[in-house]
Design a protein around this ligand. Structure first.
Ligand code: ZN
Length: 451
C-alpha cells in the first residue's frame, strides 16, 4: 500500500491521551499504520507515495459505531409513533421475510451511509436469521466496501408461545444458535492488532432469549476470547419485563447470567439506576449510548453524565436504521451532546466529550486499543472535513466544536486501514447509485410482501 502523508492540517484533533489538538500538523502513514504525528519536520520523510495538502481541513480519528441493525435500512419510517415493544411487534412479521440478498445489500447501504458520515469502524447486531440468512451476508458487504467491522451474531429463541415478545416464526433453536455462533467465530474472528473483522456473541435481549442461552453464550464467548453484546434496560417496559420474569432488575439479571465484565457491552441502558451505574463501573462493563433511537421511541434520556462521572466505559451507536432512522454517526454525537443538556445542565456533555464517546469511548467498549486515536502505532483510520463550507462558516476559531455545534457535515476524506475510501466526498469503494436502486427495490418488495 506504500506511504501516505497528510500535511499542513489546519486543525488536528488527535484524541490521544493528552487530547492534543495541533495546528499546521502532519500525519505519516506506512501501509495501514500511523507512523508519525506532529510537525512536518517530525515526519520520517517530507514526501511519500501520496501527499495530501490538508490546510483547509479539520482532521480527526475515524468515528466508531458500537450498535446497529443494518438490515433495518430496508424498513425505515414504519411504526412512526410507537414505543419499543409495539414498534417491534409491527416489524417482526416484515423481517420474517428477509433473505440473504436483503442482508447483504442493506448492510452495504448502511455501511456506505456510515462511512460518509465519518464512521470507519462499525459493529452490527444481526439477530434475525430467517430463510437463508447468514452472518457472512454482511461480512461480505464489509469486506467489499472496506469498513472495519465487528459482526455480532445475534439470536432470538424465546417466542410468543414461551412468554417472549417475538412471534415463534422468527426464533431459532438454541442448540443451532450456539453451533452457528461457534462456526462463525472459528471461521471469521481475527484477534490480531489492526484486524478488519471480529465476531461478537450477541443474544438479542432479555425479552427474546432464555436464561440458558445467555449463560451458554457467555461461556462460548469466553472460551474464544470474543466480546459479548446485547440490549439492556432500554425503557420502562423492559424493566417491568425483567422484574416480572426474573424478579431482578437488569443489572442483577446481567450479573446472574455472567453478562458483566470488560468483555461485555450493553446497548441503551437508559434506565440503569445509581447502583447499576456503580456496578457497571467496577465491573468495567461497557455501555453503548443511542440518543436518537431513545428519543424516537420515547425510551428516555440515558444517564450518560452520571456514567461518565463514575468512569463507566461509554461508546456511541446509531442503533438500527428503523428506529433512528438515520445512520449519521457525527450527527449522533451531536444528539448525545444536546440530549444530556435537556433538563437543565448546559454543561451536561461538551462537544469534546461527545467526540470522545464516538472515538476512544467506542473503541474501549469494543475492546480495541488500535483505533479511535491518531497516534504512532495506531490504525490509519482518519477522517477529514473541509472548512470552507457553509456549515463551518464562523467556527474557524474552534472547528472541533464546529463539528458538533454546527450542521452535521458529511466527510470529504476518509481513510480506513491506510486506504482512501472517500475522497472529495465521493465513496470510492462502491457504485452508490446502483446500490441505492437495488436496495430500494428489495425494500419495496419486503414491505409489500412480494417475493
Ligand atoms: Zn438495537
Amino acid at each position: 500500500m506504500g506511504t501516505l502523508l497528510l500535511k499542513n492540517i489546519h486543525t488536528l484533533a488527535t484524541m490521544d491521551s493528552q487530547r492534543r489538538e495541533l495546528s499546521d500538523a502532519s500525519i505519516y502513514i506506512q501501509d495501514n499504520v500511523i507512523t508519525a504525528v506532529g510537525q512536518l519536520d517530525d515526519m520520517p520523510s517530507p514526501t511519500a507515495d501520496t501527499v495530501l495538502d490538508m490546510s483547509n481541513y479539520v482532521v480527526m480519528p475515524g468515528l466508531i459505531n458500537t450498535h446497529h441493525h443494518m438490515y433495518q435500512s430496508l424498513t425505515r419510517v414504519l411504526a412512526q409513533d410507537s414505543e419499543l415493544f409495539d414498534w417491534l411487534t409491527t416489524l417482526y412479521p416484515i423481517w420474517s421475510r428477509l433473505r440473504s440478498q436483503h442482508i447483504y445489500v442493506s448492510a452495504k447501504l448502511a455501511m456506505a451511509e456510515l462511512m460518509l458520515s465519518g464512521c470507519t469502524t462499525s459493529s452490527d447486531h444481526l439477530y434475525i436469521f430467517p430463510n437463508d440468512v447468514q452472518l457472512e451476508d454482511e461480512i461480505r458487504a464489509a469486506e467489499e466496501i472496506g469498513m472495519r467491522f465487528h459482526a455480532a451474531r445475534g439470536a432470538m429463541s424465546l417466542g410468543e408461545s414461551k412468554g417472549g415478545l417475538p412471534p415463534d416464526s422468527v426464533v431459532e433453536d438454541e442448540k443451532a444458535i450456539l453451533k452457528d455462533t461457534q462456526r462463525v467465530i472459528e471461521t471469521f474472528h481475527n484477534a490480531d492488532r489492526y484486524a478488519m473483522l471480529r465476531v461478537v456473541v450477541a443474544p438479542c435481549s432479555p425479552f427474546s432469549v432464555t436464561v440458558d442461552l445467555m449463560r451458554e453464550s457467555a461461556d462460548l464467548a469466553r472460551a474464544y476470547g470474543v466480546h459479548l453484546h446485547t440490549h439492556l434496560a432500554e425503557n420502562e417496559k423492559d424493566i417491568d419485563f425483567s422484574l416480572e420474569t426474573f424478579n431482578q432488575r437488569p443489572g442483577d439479571y446481567a450479573e446472574s447470567v455472567g453478562w458483566v465484565g470488560d468483555d461485555v457491552w450493553h446497548a441503551h441502558c437508559v434506565k440503569l439506576n445509581d447502583d447499576e451505574i456503580k456496578q457497571f463501573a467496577h465491573t468495567r462493563t461497557g455501555v453503548c449510548h443511542c440518543p436518537s433511537s431513545n428519543m424516537r421511541l420515547a425510551s428516555g434520556i440515558a444517564p450518560i453524565r452520571q456514567m461518565l462521572d463514575h468512569n463507566v466505559k461509554v461508546g456511541l451507536g446509531v442503533d438500527g436504521s428503523a428506529s433512528n432512522d438515520a445512520g449519521h454517526l457525527l450527527n449522533e454525537a451531536r444528539q448525545a451532546m444536546l440530549l444530556q443538556r435537556v433538563g437543565g445542565n448546559p454543561a451536561g456533555l461538551s462537544a469534546r466529550e461527545a467526540l470522545e464517546l464516538a472515538t476512544v469511548g467506542s473503541a474501549s467498549v469494543l475492546g480495541r486499543d488500535d483505533v479511535g486515536v491518531i497516534a504512532e502505532g495506531m490504525s490509519a483510520d482518519i477522517i477529514a472535513y473541509r472548512l470552507d463550507t457553509v456549515g463551518f462558516a464562523g467556527t474557524l476559531h474552534d472547528p472541533v466544536a464546529g463539528l458538533l455545534f454546527g450542521q452535521s457535515s458529511l466527510v470529504d476524506l476518509s481513510i480506513i486501514n491506510g486506504k482512501i475510501v472517500v475522497q472529495d466526498g465521493q465513496l470510492l469503494t462502491v457504485d452508490l447509485p446502483v446500490l441505492i436502486e437495488e436496495h430500494n427495490k428489495l425494500s419495496q418488495q419486503l414491505i409489500n410482501g412480494d417475493d
